[in-house]
Design a protein around this ligand. Structure first.
Ligand code: SIN
Length: 527
C-alpha cells in the first residue's frame, strides 16, 4: 500500500460510516444520480468537497442542449456533436446522449425546473457548432443554478439521501481491484473518516484550477481523477482540455464566463482595431466550434499585441440584453462595464476536461464497484472537443445509466466490505505549497494550454517531474492533498499531450498542426 495513499491512516481507528451507494460530488451528475438511486429504493450518501453551491454545474450559463424543438431531431444533434468532436467521439455514446437526453430534460421539467419560455413554448438558443436552436436556458443565463435548485429541493425531501458538505474525498479504498468506499476529510470536524458503500460513484467534476485562467470554481482541482488513477483506474483522453473562448478580462475581475449564448443571440467578436475577424477563420464565424474560436482569438491577440479581443453586443436592444443575460450584465456592471453600450474585453480560459476516468456506457470503470459520470468520467461522448451545452445533459443521461448498472452490481455483490487499511508513507517535508500551486497553474497555462509544442510540453513535464517527490509526501492539510492531485492530473494531461503528435479538437500542436488518420484513437493511461 505504501505510497499509494495520500495520508497515513489506520482505517480501524477512524469513524466509520456505512451506506449503500456512496456518491462523491454534489454537482448535477452527482445529485441527479443520487436522486435516481433513491427513487429505486437505495440508501445514498453524497460527499461534497465544498458546498452544493460551489460546483461547476451551478455556474453553467448557456444551458442544456436537447433535441426538443419542432424542426430538430436526435439525428441532427448527433451530427453536430460528432462534428464538434473532431473525429474522436464514441458514436454509440453520442447516440445514447442524443436519444435519451430529451426524456431526461422532460424529467427535470416535471421535477419543477423552470426553463425560460416564449408563451407556452420552451425558449431555445443557439451556441457554437449547433445547426439548430436547441439550448434550453433558465432565468436568462442562470441555467445551472436553476437545475441545481431543482435537484437540491428534491433531495431535501428524501430521508434515504444524506448530503455531507465540506467532505473532501482523499482516496478510494480498493483491494483486489474492488472499490468498497473512500477515505475522506471532514473539514467541519477536522477529522478523517471512512465511508463504506456497496457501490461508489465518482462525480467530482473537472480540473480547471490547474490553469491560472479558468472559469472553474476553486474546488475544481481534479481530485477524483487523481484518486481513481492512484487506485489503478484507467484514464482516457486527458490531452483534450477545452478553453472557453470568451471569459472576462478586466483588472480585479475573475475570469468570469461570458456565455456562448451571447454570440448565439448575435454578439460579434472584434479585434482591438474594431474589425470583425471570425469570418476569416470559419464559415460559421462566431458560432464555429469552440476550439476554433479560441485559437482564432489567440491569433488575433498575438497579431494586435493585446491580451484580449472584444465581444460586441451593442447592436442588440438594451432591454433584450438585460432580460436575456441578467447575470452577465450584473457581473460586468459590478466591475464598471455597461455591456449594453460598451465592448467586453474577453480571452480564452480553461473551462472543461473532455478526458477523465474511462467508463463504459453504464459508467463502469476498470475497478469493480467504482462508477463514474459527469466531467470526471470519459466514455468518449465529447471526443476531442465538447459541443456547447452537452455537459449538463451528459451528467443526467449517464447518471441515470449508472443507477441501472449499480442495481445489477448489487444483486451480485451485496455484502459490502470490511477491509481495513493501514498506510504509511515516507516523507513529511515542509514546503511552500501556495507558491508551488501558483507555479503549477502558470506552468500549465504557458506550456499545456491551447497551443502546444514539444518544447513547451517538455518544459511542463520537467517541472512536474521535479515536483514528483510529493508522490510520497505525507499530506497534512486538504490544500496539500489538492496540490498533490493537481500535480498528478497535470502530468496526465502533459504526458498525453506529448504522446499525441497531431492536432485535433482542443489539443493543438504548433509542431504537428494537422489531424492525422493514424491518431484517430484514444490515449488510455493506467498507473
Ligand atoms: C456557455 O454558456 O458558454 C457555457 C456552456 C458550456 O460550457 O457548455
Amino acid at each position: 500500500m505504501e505510497g499509494r495513499y495520500l495520508v497515513n491512516f489506520n482505517s480501524k481507528e477512524l469513524p466509520q460510516h456505512e451506506t449503500e451507494i456512496l456518491i462523491v460530488g454534489g454537482g448535477i451528475a452527482g445529485l441527479y444520480t443520487a436522486w435516481k438511486a433513491v427513487e429505486e429504493g437505495m440508501r445514498v450518501t453524497v460527499l461534497s468537497k465544498g458546498t452544493i453551491e460551489d460546483s461547476n454545474s451551478g455556474r453553467a450559463q448557456g444551458g442544456i442542449a436537447a433535441a426538443l424543438g419542432k424542426t430538430d431531431s436526435p439525428e441532427l444533434h448527433y451530427k453536430d456533436t460528432l462534428l464538434a468532436g473532431a473525429g474522436l467521439c464514441d458514436i454509440n455514446a453520442v447516440k445514447i446522449l442524443v436519444n435519451e437526453g430529451p426524456s431526461r430534460v422532460q424529467e427535470l421539467i416535471s421535477m419543477g425546473a423552470n426553463f425560460d419560455r416564449y408563451g407556452d413554448e420552451l425558449a431555445m438558443t443557439k451556441e457554437g457548432a449547433h445547426s439548430k436552436r436547441r439550448i434550453l436556458h433558465a432565468h436568462g443565463d442562470a441555467t445551472g443554478a436553476e437545475i441545481m435548485r431543482t435537484l437540491a429541493s428534491q433531495s431535501e425531501a428524501q430521508e434515504a439521501l444524506q448530503i455531507l458538505e465540506q467532505h473532501f474525498m482523499i482516496d478510494f479504498l480498493v483491494e483486489d481491484n474492488i472499490c468498497s468506499g473512500v477515505l475522506a476529510y471532514d473539514e467541519n470536524s477536522g477529522q478523517f473518516r471512512v465511508f463504506r458503500g456497496k457501490a461508489v460513484v465518482l462525480a467530482s467534476g473537472g480540473a480547471g484550477q490547474l490553469y491560472q485562467y479558468t472559469t472553474n470554481p476553486e474546488v475544481a482541482t481534479g481530485d477524483g481523477v487523481a484518486a481513481a488513477y492512484r487506485a489503478g483506474a484507467e484514464v482516457m483522453d486527458m490531452e483534450f482540455v477545452q478553453f472557453h473562448p470568451t471569459t472576462l478580462v478586466l483588472p480585479e475581475a475573475p475570469r468570469f464566463l461570458i456565455s456562448e449564448a451571447v454570440r448565439g443571440e448575435g454578439a460579434l467578436l472584434r479585434n482591438s482595431n474594431g474589425e470583425r475577424f471570425m469570418t476569416r477563420y470559419h464559415g460559421m464565424a462566431e458560432l464555429a466550434p469552440r476550439d476554433i474560436v479560441s485559437r482564432a482569438i489567440l491569433s488575433e491577440m498575438a497579431n494586435t499585441d493585446q491580451d484580449y479581443v472584444y465581444l460586441d453586443l451593442t447592436t442588440l436592444p438594451r432591454e433584450r440584453i438585460q432580460k436575456r443575460f441578467p447575470t452577465i450584465t450584473a457581473t460586468c456592471s459590478r466591475f464598471g462595464l455597461d455591456i449594453t453600450s460598451e465592448l467586453i474585453p474577453v480571452a480564452p480560459a480553461a473551462h472543461y476536461m473532455m478526458g477523465g476516468i474511462k467508463t463504459n456506457y453504464h459508467g463502469e470503470t476498470s475497478i469493480a464497484g467504482l462508477f463514474a459520470c459527469g466531467e470526471s468520467a470519459c466514455q468518449g461522448v465529447h471526443g476531442a472537443n465538447r459541443l456547447a451545452s452537452n455537459s449538463l445533459l451528459d451528467g443526467l443521461v449517464y447518471g441515470r445509466r449508472i443507477v441501472d448498472a449499480v442495481k445489477k452490481y448489487l444483486k451480485c455483490n451485496s455484502i459490502g466490505s470490511n477491509i481495513h487499511f493501514v498506510c504509511e508513507s515516507m516523507f513529511d517535508p515542509a514546503g511552500n505549497f501556495t507558491a508551488l500551486k501558483k507555479e503549477l497553474q502558470q506552468c500549465m497555462g504557458d506550456n499545456v494550454g491551447p497551443l502546444r509544442t514539444i518544447q513547451r510540453l517538455s518544459h511542463a513535464l520537467a517541472f512536474l517531474n521535479k515536483n514528483d517527490w510529493l508522490i510520497k509526501h505525507r499530506c497534512r492539510t486538504p490544500q496539500e492533498m489538492e496540490l498533490r492531485n493537481m500535480l498528478e492530473v497535470g502530468r496526465l494531461i502533459a504526458q498525453a499531450a506529448m504522446m499525441r503528435t497531431e492536432s485535433r479538437g482542443g489539443h493543438f500542436r504548433l509542431d504537428f498542426p494537422e489531424a492525422m488518420s493514424q491518431w484517430k484513437k484514444h490515449i488510455i493511461i493506467r498507473r
